[in-house]
Write a protein that binds this ligand. Structure first.
Ligand SMILES: C[S@@+](CC[C@H](N)C(=O)[O-])C[C@H]1O[C@@H](n2cnc3c(N)ncnc32)[C@H](O)[C@@H]1O
Length: 285
């Protein structure tokens, strides 16, 4: 499965960098504050950052006390910036796709990923590898484009009034998972849509427990300065999830308990059917 490396495209890279260089953008106003709000204490921790981009988060992790940080990204151009602007002796930047992190020879207390998973086709594979690289009770914290955004497959995203104001979101193909192609600086930018249930079930079935989810919304204070962000009440741009790797024994016990419950439930349903059948036959007689 070949991964897309759109951030190494010159035009895409320059366009993206311009947006990130602006002080006011959705990342700085919503995604980053939520991500760091959900971040556990980093003091003395080993952190892996998947799709680390310019390395801004990696630098902040060491500034917050992380002992070691590994930042992985598929894009050479993004990592060039990371190394020149956000280098540190405690950070190692690696130019590999996150689908290949199984090759890492170390373990981590925290794995994070900020706005990169919607570029990844094999989400379940990455989650399995994250699980293997984390110590028991380790934290897996990530953000991605909200599934209400990634589902978009064409046409106008919004229904607007005669003055162009957004009235409501045009939602379609939410239940159709998989690749979407869009135009963002260049044609043919590939992203992958997954429903909320697929994301949650993938984590739970791999052995994570979900601790918190946030879909950041603007405060009234923020809206006074930037009223355009009111549309986030119709469609949050981001989804953030914090999960914890369950201890293996606990995970096995939970899985067995769930199986027991489901066997009991099936037995109860069968009993009910037998009762109904008996009652119907008694009535017919
Ligand atoms: C939107 S940027 C986010 C960068 C950074 N995490 C941040 O929040 O500032 C997405 C990053 O994910 C990287 N990326 C996309 N697909 C990837 C993959 N399969 N493996 C590793 N990195 C990937 C891109 O190269 C890019 O640097």
């Amino acid at each position: 499965m070949a991964q897309q490396n759109i951030y190494d495209n010159e035009i895409f890279f320059e366009g993206y960098k311009k947006i990130r260089d602006k002080e006011v953008n959705a990342n700085n106003l919503f995604e980053m504050p939520a991500l760091f709000f959900m971040m556990p204490n980093l003091e003395g921790k080993r952190v892996l950052d998947l799709g680390c981009g310019f390395g801004e988060h990696c630098k902040r992790f060491v500034d917050c006390g992380a002992e070691r940080v590994v930042g992985v990204d598929i894009s050479e151009k993004m990592l060039e910036v990371a190394m020149t602007e956000n280098g540190d002796t405690r950070i190692t930047y690696m130019n590999i796709p996150m689908e290949e992190i199984a090759q890492l020879q170390e373990r981590f207390d925290i794995v994070i990923s900020s706005l990169a998973f919607h570029y990844v086709e094999d989400f379940a594979g990455v989650v399995r590898n994250v699980y293997s690289l984390l110590d028991e009770n380790g934290i897996f914290l990530f953000s991605q484009e909200n599934p209400l955004c990634t589902c978009h497959s064409g046409g106008d995203r919004w229904t607007r009034d005669e003055n162009g104001n957004k009235l409501h979101l045009n939602l379609s193909d939410y239940g159709v998972e998989g690749e979407r192609e869009s135009v963002w600086f260049v044609d043919g930018v590939k992203k992958y849509h997954r429903t909320f249930s697929t994301i949650i079930n993938t984590l739970v079935e791999t052995g994570f427990s979900i601790e918190k989810m946030i879909e950041p919304l603007p405060t009234e204070e923020l809206l006074e300065k930037y009223p355009d962000y009111r549309d986030l009440f119709h469609k949050p741009d981001f989804l953030l999830i914090r999960a914890r790797k369950l201890e293996l024994e606990l995970f096995k016990n939970l899985a067995e308990a769930e199986e027991d419950v489901s066997v009991q439930r099936t037995a109860r349903i069968n009993d009910t059917f037998t009762d109904i059948r008996t009652a119907l036959e008694a009535r017919r007689e």
